[in-house]
Design a protein around this ligand. Structure first.
Ligand SMILES: NC(=O)c1ncn([C@@H]2O[C@H](COP(=O)(O)O)[C@@H](O)[C@H]2O)c1NC=O
Length: 513
């Protein structure tokens, strides 16, 4: 007896060739409306689904294959006499192979003018049902969701007249991932539609972007997955113009770099090491900004990641060419600049639109912990200085205010406890990740060294002790910006007044762990 294949696909790429190959292997083909029409036009003889079900396709295609004549043929266990007797009793013919791809739900969501009604119509019901029935019965049924697997299946059929159990099981695993991802997209859409922010179960789906050579260390396996709808300013959209493949650590550093630069509008360059900025500089041109970022820390830039928020010109490229760098990220490069940077074959050069996407809902980030994930809104807050409060008697000068604004934008991107010492155009000292605040302050001050005259300090969280103020006073610092909110605020303010220091409270904390 001939074997039976059921083919019902929305994306019809390659389906004619696949069906022809199956027919040549002595399969008969059952098919639904549009798919059948295409196959018939290609000269194949196929069986209409309603011939099998005895029911017309109805309700605008909402009901076509949802029928015991189909699901019985897919689900019946071939090793159980009772099952085989039952299908025989109901004249259900067994189906051996299924190729289904689903209504384009994701593609519909991506259309800017898609109505809710259209989106709902693009939820496939019959397709996933068939895939699940067939995949559950992988002991006997071969299930395909993608042309990727045509070759493997056809090769086995040609060689031994059937697919191997290993292949059927592998394909079933793919199917269940495929339908789960499809449903995750539907769940996400519906949650967003009705405003469920904290669903009972979290079913985010991701698509493989690339496998990585290894993770943080070379004994750790790693891969990179992208969200279904990647946002602009995200590394998944970066075009690599030169250099070695990005590693796990590169991706994390590059991501941190993109986050920093998105908070700056004027020509700005940030240099990072291990996800912390070692220098941030601004200028009237991108070359000026690079010089400022370089001068911020000419030592740590060695092996660093550089992100620039303007097109890279030849002059800036020439400066960067003089230094050993890991990655350069910018929106674009002049041909001359790219030619200069490409002289180093390992230097990773990425072109990326750095604009932060305006989202309808707050973008969230997931952080894994042992046994779960934490979900939070991205820290996209960039406070307006009108909301800031000068809590000391001394008011900032205009120049100090510009420097404090810069310091506040910079310190947000430094690991806590974070202290930056800056002027209005660049960082002078960065104290990152120390276990006490004064420790970070001392590191930043040591780096700023003889540049403290007129410099200001930014602190990502409040000063829990007045010792930091004593330190600032003894180093001649005259202006500080911090969130405020400590039980010792009054003491800290009084001490700042005593030393004629200006202090601004922003009211917003920027911890970064
Ligand atoms: N309702 C059903 O019984 C049903 N059975 C199959 N489909 C889908 O219909 C599509 C193919 O339709 P056509 O062959 O008419 O172009 C496939 O994406 C398949 O997943 C169905 N449609 C949606 O649920």
């Amino acid at each position: 007896m001939k074997k039976r294949a059921l083919i019902s696909v929305s994306d019809k790429t390659g389906v004619v060739e696949f069906a022809k190959a199956l027919v040549a292997l002595d399969f008969e083909i059952i098919s639904t409306g549009g798919t059948k029409q295409l196959l018939d036009e290609a000269g194949l003889t196929t069986i209409a689904i309603d011939e099998v079900t005895g029911f017309p396709e109805m309700l605008d295609g909402r009901v076509k294959t949802l029928h015991p004549m189909i699901h019985g043929g897919l689900l019946a266990r071939r090793d159980l006499a009772t099952h085989l007797e039952k299908v025989k009793e109901h004249q259900i013919e067994l189906i051996d192979l299924v190729y289904v791809n689903l209504y384009p739900f994701k593609e519909t969501l991506a259309k800017p003018d898609a109505t809710h009604e259209l989106i709902i119509e693009n939820i496939d019901i019959g397709g996933p049902s068939m895939l699940r029935s067939a995949a559950k019965n992988y002991a006997a049924v071969t299930t395909l969701v993608s042309p990727q697997d045509f070759e493997r299946v056809l090769t086995e059929l040609e060689a031994i007249g059937e697919t191997s159990l290993t292949t059927r099981e592998y394909l079933a695993a793919k199917v269940f991932s495929h339908t789960a991802y499809y449903d995750a997209l539907i769940a996400q859409y519906m949650n967003q539609k009705v405003g469920i922010q904290t669903p009972e179960v979290l079913v985010n789906g991701y698509e493989l972007q690339q496998t990585l050579r290894y993770g943080e260390n070379n004994h750790q396996a790693a891969s990179f997955y992208r969200q279904p709808f990647s946002t602009s300013g995200s590394l998944v959209n970066a075009e690599q113009l030169n250099g070695k493949e990005l590693s796990y650590n590169n991706l994390r550093d590059a991501d941190a770099a993109v986050r920093i630069i998105q908070d700056f509008t004027e020509p700005t360059v940030a240099v990072l090491k291990h996800m912390n900025p070692c220098g941030i500089g601004t200028g009237t041109t991108i070359e000026d900004a690079f010089v400022a970022a370089y001068e911020a820390d000419p030592v740590s830039i060695f092996g660093g990641i550089v992100v620039l928020n303007r097109e890279v010109d030849a002059a800036t490229a020439e400066r960067m060419h003089q230094i050993f760098l890991e990655i350069i990220i910018a929106p674009s490069y002049t041909p001359e600049a790219l030619a200069i940077l490409s002289k180093k074959k390992n230097l990773r050069v990425l072109a990326l639109d750095l604009t932060r996407e305006e989202a309808d809902v707050a973008p969230v980030e997931l952080t894994s912990v042992l046994g779960g994930v934490l979900v939070q809104d991205l820290d996209t807050a960039t406070e307006q200085d009108e909301q800031w409060e000068v809590v000391t008697k001394r008011q900032p000068t205009e120049e100090e205010l510009a420097a404090l604004s810069f310091a506040w934008k910079a310190v947000k991107h430094v690991k806590s406890n974070a202290i930056v010492i800056t002027n209005a155009t660049r960082t002078l000292g960065v104290g990152a990740g120390q276990m006490n605040r004064i420790g970070s302050l001392k590191i930043a001050a040591e780096q700023a060294a003889d540049q403290l005259e007129g410099a200001v300090v930014g602190s990502d969280a409040f000063f829990p002790m007045s010792d930091s103020i004593e330190f600032l006073a003894s180093h001649g610092i005259k202006a500080v910006i911090q969130p405020g909110g400590s039980i010792k605020d009054a003491e800290v303010i009084a001490l700042a007044d005593e030393h004629d220091i200006t202090m601004i409270f922003t009211g917003t904390r920027h911890f970064k762990h």
